[in-house]
Design a protein around this ligand. Structure first.
Ligand code: TXA
Ligand code: MG
Length: 325
């Protein structure tokens, strides 16, 4: 069989095409999505695996490609606050956060509207929906060309490290998805901060928008649910974001056989940020873990500060190091 590659197509790997971040590439991505296919898309946080949030079959295809349990709900991505408000009822706290941080790396969980028109598989039949307005120009261009809400979890096989490049998406999902739009490296690098505003505002997943920044906008303390007993965000599952090899945290040096992932000026195999910059570490963490994982040796990780963005970095590292089944 011969594959006709259009001008928007950069190359194809096992029938997953890599699309250019051009008008032709965005139009092709939108055409595939309109057909009910799933497509990898860059966002500012990590790459998402997008499908039409209104179509059962497209949403089912997302779960299928990722091997994701169907009771773990998806985030819906839209272009504007007006679109958000057709999907959820935003209480005042949610509106304040929306104005402060959207478009950007924040996800709000809010009561789902009865007339939202989404596939019930998106929310796994919950009465709330996770929604966000991404800032990445490629995500925005594809949303605009597509013209509807896109469900998109991170574009990795369930339980593995989130992708921050098109190559990462192909590593996990090549041949299982129609296409990925190559928008280069994700500029933030960690998944969005998730805040539940369906009740008293609660932090469900830390991210680069910090709890302190959110509390400043709310003018009130944020409930911390990330360590809670109740699994309100399955991103809270302990073994998540996991490399294949073992991970040991707060290591001052490598033990025999280990590779060392450093932070700040220190001798090591790979460094998250030689300058000791937490935003840089957020951008590089997942790529570093993937590269070290390929060496097949256990990974030791230097201590990272726990304040500011360090909280989200330590959260992801703890999940990477958590015992696995
Ligand atoms: O940055 C991000 O958020 C990326 C990009 C692609 O937008 N997406 C992402 O999606 O990280 P995912 O599916 O890997 O993580 C979404 C998290 C999951 O832990 C899911 O359980 C939780 O959000 N979630 C989704 N809907 C929810 C809801 N209604 N209530 C509570 N948690 C929810
Ligand atoms: Mg994920």
């Amino acid at each position: 069989m011969s594959l006709q590659l259009g001008r928007s197509v950069r190359y194809a790997r096992a029938m997953t095409v890599v699309l250019e971040p051009s008008d032709a590439g965005f139009a092709e991505a939108a055409r595939l999505l309109q057909r009910g296919e799933v497509v990898g898309l860059p966002t500012e946080t990590v790459y998402g695996l997008a499908g039409d949030a209104r179509r059962d079959a497209a949403v089912a295809a997302i779960y299928q490609a990722k091997g994701r349990p169907s009771d773990n709900p998806l985030i819906v991505h839209v272009e504007s606050l007006a679109q958000v408000q057709t999907l959820v009822t935003l209480p005042p706290a949610g509106l304040a956060l929306a104005h402060a941080f959207w478009p950007g790396p924040l996800t709000l969980v809010a009561p789902l509207r009865a007339d939202a028109g989404l596939s019930s598989r998106v929310t796994a039949d919950l009465s709330t929906l996770a929604v966000r307005i991404p800032a990445h120009p490629v995500a925005r261009a594809v949303l605009s060309a597509f013209g509807g809400p896109l469900a998109a979890p991170s574009a990795n096989p369930s339980g593995r490290i989130s992708p921050t490049s098109a190559a990462h998406v192909l590593d996990g999902l090549s041949g299982r998805i129609a296409a990925v739009v190559d928008g280069g490296a994700s500029p933030v690098g960690l998944e969005s901060t998730i805040v539940n505003v369906a009740g008293p505002p609660a932090l469900l997943r830390p991210g680069t928008i910090t709890a302190a920044q959110i509390q400043e906008v709310l003018g009130a303390p944020l409930i911390e649910e990330t360590q809670g007993e109740v699994l309100t965000a399955p991103g809270q599952m302990t073994s998540h974001y996991a490399p294949r090899v073992a991970v040991r945290l707060n290591a001052q040096s490598a033990r025999p056989g280990e590779v060392l992932l450093g932070f700040g000026a220190m001798p090591c195999d790979l460094n998250l940020s030689p300058a000791g910059d937490l935003d840089e570490a957020a951008r590089t963490l997942f790529d570093c873990l993937r590269r070290l994982d390929q060496q097949g040796r256990p990974i030791a990780v230097a201590p990272l500060p726990t304040d500011g963005v360090g909280r989200a970095l330590n959260d992801r590292l703890q999940r990477a190091a958590a015992p696995r089944d």
